[in-house]
Design a protein around this ligand. Structure first.
Ligand code: ADP
Ligand code: MG
Length: 332
């Protein structure tokens, strides 16, 4: 698909053939790549550029904040992201394959999610049906349950760009091979192998642990720090940081169901005010046909007081999640 020599040569990455750029961030590039050793499996490689304190030739293009950052801090952050991922093993979390570095770059080799970002699917489909939204959000919630309750990890950057997926294979029935452009629309009359909504979205995986943090020690099942000497604000901080993910989960669910986020304004100041006050509405006509149960669930997540906001357990017990999970199994 891509022409040769299109990507830079990265020292130390010779065992991989870069195939396609999948993500393009300020500090990192993510590539789809083939592992030339072993089983020729495809992986995703997140290449993060290292920066020096003393400015050299290329540095004038960098973000001013980035120039100031001492190398040690940045290294610690990358190592933390990798360290946290190393300790995770869940079907709804992107797996770390390996980590290495060269003088200029860090290489984080990850399980490839061939579908890419959920974000693009929201754009493609405008919004998701309740069934498809549930199919997606339940998987995100299962990953969060694992992180919060089993690993003591908070993600802190849950958003549609960091939710990746595996597509469900599309099985054309009517017209498997379009012969010309006039046939193209007919080619769509197939169905997805598992037929969840019409989204073609299968397994969902949480990615990007760049901002994640360990809030309690999974060895001792206590908040991080010395047992018995833990201050109340540390215990509370643990709860508050988990509730940060729950707020984000509410924003994602809202966005899935209607196609636009609950909080938006051109002005950052106004937007910040709206968020601080929890000022959002189920805007008509877009929300008119969405169930009251879904709205109820969202309202328990977009609750300003973190003490009153739903935890991940409460989320999983809500009728909109549970009741229809039964429906789905009954139908299957
Ligand atoms: P950043 O810290 O720059 O946001 P991410 O880890 O979120 O880095 O990766 C950036 C983008 O790269 C993602 O939003 C996604 O589009 C793509 N990407 C990252 N990891 C994978 C993966 N395992 N499979 C497919 N695409 C990925
Ligand atoms: Mg990201």
């Amino acid at each position: 698909r891509e022409s040769k020599g299109k990507f830079p040569k990265y020292p130390g990455l010779e065992r991989f053939k870069l195939l396609e750029k999948m993500g393009d961030g300020a500090f990192s590039n993510v590539y789809r790549a083939q592992d030339l050793q072993g089983e020729f499996q495809e992986v995703a490689i997140k290449v993060v550029r290292k920066f020096e304190m003393n400015q050299s030739q290329g540095d004038k293009h960098l973000h001013p904040e980035f120039k100031k950052q001492p190398k040690g801090v940045e290294r610690a952050n990358i190592l933390k992201e990798v360290q946290i991922m190393r300790n995770l093993d869940h079907p709804n979390i992107v797996k770390l394959v390996s980590f290495s570095e060269s003088p200029q770059f860090y290489y984080i080799v990850l399980e490839l999610c061939p579908g890419g970002e959920l974000f693009h699917q929201i754009v493609r489909l405008t919004y998701f049906s309740e069934e498809l939204s549930r199919h997606v959000i339940v998987q995100v919630a299962k990953a969060l349950y694992y992180l919060h309750e089993e690993k003591g990890v908070v993600h802190r950057d849950i958003k549609p760009e960091n939710l990746l997926f595996y597509p469900i294979p599309f099985i054309p029935t009517k017209n498997p091979k379009p012969k010309g452009p006039e046939d193209e629309d007919k080619a769509d009359e197939g169905e997805f192998a598992k037929g969840i909504g019409s989204g073609g979205i299968g397994l969902i995986k949480i990615a990007d642990f760049g901002l994640s943090k360990v809030v309690w020690d999974s060895q001792t099942m206590t908040p991080c720090g010395t047992v018995g000497y833990t201050a109340p604000e540390i215990v509370k901080d643990e709860r508050y940081s988990k509730s940060v993910d729950m707020w984000a989960l509410g924003c994602v669910l809202y966005t899935l169901l209607c196609g636009f986020p609950p909080f938006y304004d051109e002005s950052i100041q106004v937007l910040t005010e709206k968020v601080a006050r929890g000022q959002y509405t189920f805007l008509s006509p877009w929300w008119d046909d969405i169930s009251k149960s879904a709205q109820d669930l969202i309202s328990h997540l977009l609750t300003v007081d973190p003490e009153k906001r739903y935890t991940i357990q409460q989320f999983l017990e809500h009728p909109w999640i549970r009741g229809s999970a039964e429906e789905t199994t009954a139908a299957a």
